[in-house]
Design a protein around this ligand. Structure first.
Ligand code: ACO
Length: 422
């Protein structure tokens, strides 16, 4: 057993802690007994050096720019497998056989309908409601229809409620869009694949046998795969924190959706396109790079930088390549693409960005593809929700099965007054 020793310099006391060995990635110092032994806490805002759980779902090597789901490289999954293969992989730990995929796909299609009462709930939202607000409310409301799951302790039941939410999320997502336009909702079509069905529910007129091109389906399916999980990011940590209290899993996912909404997280994809449009032309790129570097200006290059990736986000690389391949077939806005490519070129050779290891992240290119798919900007983060729901619910299952589970309850360094008197 490997250990580390902590020496308190003031008193010369020594405390020994075990070092845990992960299968991949940095070793982990087990400090669970730190407080009982030393009467001290650690201080780590934003958990930059803290592992909050053990997990065998997703691995990221931020220095190398590597991402794996259940040990499989993201590049291989994006190229050779569908999003539903990836969902099955995350939920079950192994890729499906042909028959397993067929029956998984069939079940997901059949579970894609939502209760009419839930559909009617959308009527109560105001016209200008943001789709993310409608989405988190609808997913939270989903728990009112499946309340019995609050007390399940059985893996087979966990899997049912996981497949149910994965199946229903695209339907609810399409409803947020239709509600924002005030146009009739389109029910799922069980003859269409997962990703095709979502585009169909977004775009079709009632009773229209709308054709969706395979290129569009492939592009969106890849985007879903790239978003499927990303270990203990802010929204997943939120899902786990809520779940650790024993709350309903759909309530935990709803909390994750709210965490994802912020600009520093999933909301960045909405801001990237707005920023590219604001920059307006390749000639203006240098001016905005200068603004991003100015410590007195709070302007940031959206779609750049990442807490974990200190190298290229591998998902951004895949999307950059996909953009090049599909730019003519998909009808990408070539002017915005040129601005994005210029930003990437300038930033990657600039001392400020090199020193801080700021590279394009997944959001840098996803917006250009989503725009070409005629998905409006306010729906961008919803696309992230559809892709990530399987990750959140897989993490929820892992948490429920975790024998070391504790309610999420960090400590603090109190800096307030010592003893005020009335
Ligand atoms: N543009 C300009 N400077 C930046 C940027 C950026 N996009 N990102 C970080 N920096 C600078 C910071 O100003 C800071 O500089 P300093 O050391 O001189 O003070 C340094 O780089 C480190 O930045 P932090 O904010 O401390 O890094 P952190 O890991 O906390 O933040 C984050 C990561 C939130 C993603 C940040 O890079 C950011 O705001 N990026 C833009 C928003 C974005 O694209 N978010 C999507 C993330 S991916 C996802 O959630 C799917």
């Amino acid at each position: 057993m490997s250990t580390v020793t902590l020496t308190i310099n003031d008193t010369n006391e020594k405390f020994e802690f075990e070092v845990l060995e992960p299968t991949l990635g940095p070793k982990v110092i087990d400090i669970r007994k730190l407080y009982t032994q030393t009467k001290m806490f650690t201080y780590d805002p934003g958990f930059t050096s803290t592992a909050s759980c053990s997990s065998n779902i997703t691995f990221i090597d931020g220095e190398k720019g590597e991402l794996r789901y259940r040990g499989y490289k993201i590049e291989d999954l994006a190229q050779k497998k569908s999003y539903l293969d990836t969902c099955y992989l995350l939920l079950n730990g192994s890729l499906p056989s042909e028959d397993e995929l067929k029956s998984f796909d069939k079940e997901i299609r059949k579970r894609s309908f939502v209760h009419e009462g839930l559909k009617d709930m959308f009527k109560t939202f105001p016209d200008k409601a943001h789709p993310m607000a409608m989405m988190s409310s609808a997913v939270s409301a989903l728990s009112t229809f499946y309340f019995e799951h609050l007390d399940v302790y059985d893996e087979a039941e966990y899997q049912v409620l996981a497949r149910r939410i994965v199946a229903k999320v695209p339907t609810l997502a399409a409803f947020t869009y239709r509600r924002s336009l005030g146009i009739p909702f389109i029910y799922p079509d069980v003859n269409r694949s997962y990703t095709e069905n979502f585009l169909y529910m977004m775009r079709a007129y009632p009773n229209e046998n709308l054709k969706i091109s395979p290129i569009e389906i492939k592009a969106l399916d890849t985007i879903f795969t790239l978003h499927a999980d990303h270990e203990q990011n802010a929204s997943t940590t939120t899902v786990r924190a809520v779940a650790s209290t024993g709350a309903h899993p759909y309530a935990a996912v709803s909390a994750g959706i709210n965490a994802l909404w912020g600009r520093a997280h999933g909301g960045a994809n909405e801001s990237v396109i707005a920023q590219l449009e604001m920059i307006g032309s390749v000639e203006n790129v240098d001016k905005f790079i200068k603004k991003a570097k100015d410590p007195d200006d709070d302007f940031r290059l959206m779609g750049f930088g990442h807490r974990v990736y200190k190298n290229f986000d591998p998902r951004a690389k895949i999307l950059g390549k996909l953009l090049e391949e599909l730019k003519h077939d998909l009808g990408i806005d070539l002017e915005l693409l040129k601005i994005a490519q210029k930003i990437e070129e300038v930033a990657l050779s600039d001392e400020y960005f090199i020193k801080r290891k700021l590279y394009p992240n997944i959001d840098f290119y996803s917006g250009l593809i989503l725009t070409a798919l005629k998905i409006p900007r306010k729906m961008f983060t919803i696309i992230f929700v559809i892709g990530r729901t399987v990750g959140w619910i897989t993490q929820w299952i892992e948490l429920r099965n975790d024998k070391e589970l504790k309610i999420a309850r960090p400590r603090q360094k109190y800096t307030g007054p010592k003893d005020n008197k009335i």
